[in-house]
Design a protein around this ligand. Structure first.
Ligand SMILES: Nc1nc2c(ncn2[C@@H]2O[C@H](COP(=O)(O)OP(=O)(O)OP(=O)(O)O)[C@@H](O)[C@H]2O)c(=O)[nH]1
Ligand SMILES: C=C(OP(=O)(O)O)C(=O)O
Length: 231
């Protein structure tokens, strides 16, 4: 078992909700009867996934948390996260995921290792994140970056990098990060590896145990359970 992390800085990109998670459209379609209801349920789902991911992050040993987003609901609907003193918000440059990640890493503007975590990990456990960040920092003695592949083996859920390493998120990112010299991290970390991309993933993460916002979806408007994060 790797050591507990002693405080890595973390960047989490959160896409504008109405454009996010298009591969989950079939799940939102089952959640409401009208087109308007479906759109609202879809945005609530994307927000719930991000809120649960961030609740776990804030229960970990992460030192600074940079969220890169231009989502207008951010301030109203994620109050426990917004109120945390470790949070710094950076505007999304609007040029895709890697540009958002670069903006977050650039904001930190230092030589220290940085973790980049995607925001669709509602079963994430704080201890898994701490372990993976510690393992990633240890790997930086041998490689310019380290990554945790997602449960399919194709994507990347966490990238730990030294500033200067170019992130290669997107389809097939695990292979792209490995080809650029990043070291794959081997821990089990089921919640860290299980991102939610397609409707079947929702059942799978619920079986692992998700945070309160995802557990409550689809729920009444306003996501009353959002403040939780305990599992
Ligand atoms: N800030 C920011 N975050 C992004 C962007 N694209 C993706 N993300 C985040 O990166 C994570 C993983 O992205 P994807 O699974 O590719 O998400 P997606 O584009 O919302 O989903 P699909 O439309 O289903 O491909 C999610 O947490 C998104 O919020 C972007 O352009 N800007
Ligand atoms: C964006 C990514 O993931 P996915 O498409 O699996 O969500 C990625 O792995 O870089």
């Amino acid at each position: 078992m790797a050591d507990r992390d002693d405080g890595t800085d973390l960047v989490v990109p959160v896409k504008e909700l109405r454009r996010a998670k298009t591969r989950l459209a079939a799940a939102s379609a089952r959640a409401a009867d009208t087109e308007r209801g479906r759109r609202a349920a879809h945005a609530d789902l994307a927000l719930a996934l991000a809120a649960d991911t961030l609740a776990a992050v804030l229960a970990s040993s992460v030192r600074r948390l940079v969220v890169v987003t231009s989502e207008p609901r951010w301030h109203d609907d994620v109050p426990p996260v917004v109120a945390d003193p470790r949070l710094e918000l950076v505007a999304d440059p609007g040029r895709g995921l890697n540009a958002a990640v670069r903006a977050g890493v650039g904001h930190l503007d230092g030589p220290a290792p940085v973790g980049v975590l995607l925001a669709d990990l509602p079963a994430l456990r704080p201890a898994e994140l701490d372990e993976a960040l510690a393992a990633g920092r240890a790997a930086l003695e041998r490689a310019p970056a380290a990554f945790v592949a997602d449960h399919t083996g194709e994507g990347t859920s966490l990238l730990v990098l030294t500033p200067g390493f170019a992130p290669r998120f997107g389809r097939g990112s695990a292979a792209a990060h490995a080809a650029a010299g990043a070291e794959p991290l081997r821990g089990a970390w089921p919640g860290l590896r299980h991102d939610v991309d397609v409707p079947a993933d929702l059942d799978e993460v619920r079986a692992l145990g998700v945070g309160s916002a995802t557990r409550a979806w689809p729920g009444v408007p306003g996501l009353p359970a959002l403040a939780g994060g305990c599992r």
